[in-house]
Design a protein around this ligand. Structure first.
Ligand SMILES: Cc1ncc(COP(=O)(O)O)c(C=O)c1O
Length: 468
């Protein structure tokens, strides 16, 4: 190379899982499930997570950010509230974003250090806030009412104050899925930047312990440029706070999660480096080294790693339509069943032995087992001819599907397994046991109703939540 050749930035290695590896791992998963006879009359549906794919997604996230900048990447627990898998993320060096007392306990049980846990919730109780302070968990305040509570609790708090931020709603509008859009003018999340810019700056000038700004514009369907523009607004707000206080006060910018997932093919697109590039272009000061960055991705770290597998029970005819009645339904795919336009899923057909079905096709509705007509995971879909006993595989379901069970019809929570390569050998493990019917009955409440009187509330062994 000539000595005066212009120097170029080193290319960022593409760590994301390749389209081929995602597809071939899924084929292996279906074969393993068939070979081990994991789909039975008692457990006709299960899910498998691919830890190799999760590892590649996490490394591609890390690689997307320059090594010189301090970044706390967290996994959003709501996408994958499974203690064993959260522990896997912890071992990879990620932190954990939580949004409820239950998720916080999961994160602690998975071994995350409290200062690597970020607690976001618009409805934190006094107890939740006091616990976060006592444990040293980072948290983002959602609204002025919560800010006033934190003021009171901090006044009583002895010891170090964890990193505390304010969640900002940039009020920049919705993405393509209204229900997932948190930056609308009237969103229930955060403090509106257009509504309260001055009050936000004042909140910081009056509270030296407030050191973080948080923004999460939505999950799935928010364009990269939209997200990046919102982050730029928050960086600009950090400058305004610095100008008002006369010194840098905001030391961390939490950019939330929300990278959309491609449900149409096995390609991981957009990638974490596309996301970071959009941030670099639109909010370059984020990478100046002045701020620590926090991220809170969920779906984009998990979706491509998961497959739902269910047995076909019957194939029948309804008018001109063939209907495959399967065990994959609303209990494991609530979003797609209730909002099929927003959350379309691919469906693949395999023989009972786990071989992909090829050949002649038909148009099918692929139905779940639940007792309402809309319990369909695909409608009018052209698929290879399906036989009873076949296995239906649904890709891209590693986050927010089987892990966010919907208990309609008392359908039990299915088993979840993990496939991984460990020391060059393939391993297959249990992540979560399937619920038994006995578990479902036990969970359904008291067999003999327990009378509550004002005197008896304290004696019920914690079974009745204290509403005071
Ligand atoms: C505050 C916050 N952070 C992170 C996430 C994770 O979003 P995603 O799974 O789209 O990355 C969510 C999702 O609801 C959220 O509300």
């Amino acid at each position: 190379m000539p000595v005066d050749a212009p120097s170029r930035p080193a290319p960022v290695l593409d760590h994301r899982p390749s389209t081929e590896s995602v597809a071939s791992r899924r084929e292996q998963v279906v074969r393993e499930v068939a070979r081990r006879s994991l789909l039975t009359d008692t457990e006709p549906v299960c899910a498998v997570l691919d830890l190799d794919t999760i590892d590649e997604l996490a490394s591609s996230l890390r690689a997307a950010y320059p090594a010189e900048v301090t970044v706390l990447h967290t996994i959003a627990a709501k996408a994958i509230p499974l203690v064993g898998v959260l522990k896997h993320f912890q071992k990879m060096g990620l932190g954990c974003e939580v949004a409820s007392p239950g998720e916080l306990e999961l994160a602690l049980a998975a071994g995350f250090e409290p200062d690597r846990v970020i607690y976001d919730s618009p409805a934190k109780s006094n107890q939740d806030i006091a616990q976060a302070l006592a444990l040293g968990v980072r948290f983002n305040i959602d609204n002025f009412g919560e800010l006033a509570r934190v003021d009171r609790l901090i006044a009583e708090h002895r010891g170090e104050i964890p990193s505390i931020g304010l969640r900002i709603n940039p009020q920049s509008g919705a993405g393509s899925i209204e229900a997932m859009s948190t930056a609308t003018t009237t969103s229930k999340f955060g403090i509106g930047l257009a509504d309260y810019r001055e009050e936000i700056v004042r909140a910081f000038t009056e509270r030296p312990w407030l050191r973080q700004l948080h923004v999460h514009s939505g999950s799935q369907g928010v364009a990269l440029e939209h997200t990046a523009t919102d982050v730029a607004r928050v960086v600009d707000l950090a400058d305004a706070i610095e100008a008002a206080t006369g010194a840098q006060q905001v030391d961390t910018i939490d950019v939330g999660g929300g990278l959309s997932v491609n449900f149409a093919s096995d390609e991981t697109t957009p990638s974490f480096s596309d996301h970071a590039d959009a941030l670099r272009q639109t909010a370059p000061d984020l990478f100046s080294g002045k701020y620590e960055i926090a991220t809170e991705f969920g779906r984009s770290l998990t979706a491509k790693a998961g497959t739902l597998l269910g047995r076909v029970e019957y194939v029948k005819q309804a008018g001109p339509r063939s209907v495959a009645v399967t065990h994959i339904g609303v209990h494991v795919a609530a979003r797609s069943v209730f909002m099929p336009q927003s959350w379309p899923l691919r469906v693949e057909v395999f023989t009972p032995e786990g071989t992909r079905r090829e050949g002649p096709s038909e148009v099918y509705d692929v139905a779940g087992p639940a007792c309402f007509a809309g319990d369909l995971i695909a409608t009018a879909r052209t698929l290879p001819v399906i036989q009873p006993g076949d296995i239906i595989a649904v890709p891209d379901t590693g986050g927010y599907y089987v892990t966010n069970h919907f208990a309609y019809n008392s359908l039990p929570r299915p088993a979840i397994y993990a496939r991984a390569t460990v020391d060059g050998r393939r391993s297959f493990s249990l992540v979560r046991r399937g619920q038994t019917i006995a578990d479902v009955v036990a969970e359904s409440g008291e067999v003999d109703l327990v009378e509550i009187t004002s005197e008896s509330t304290d004696t019920l062994d914690g079974r009745i939540p204290d509403a005071r």
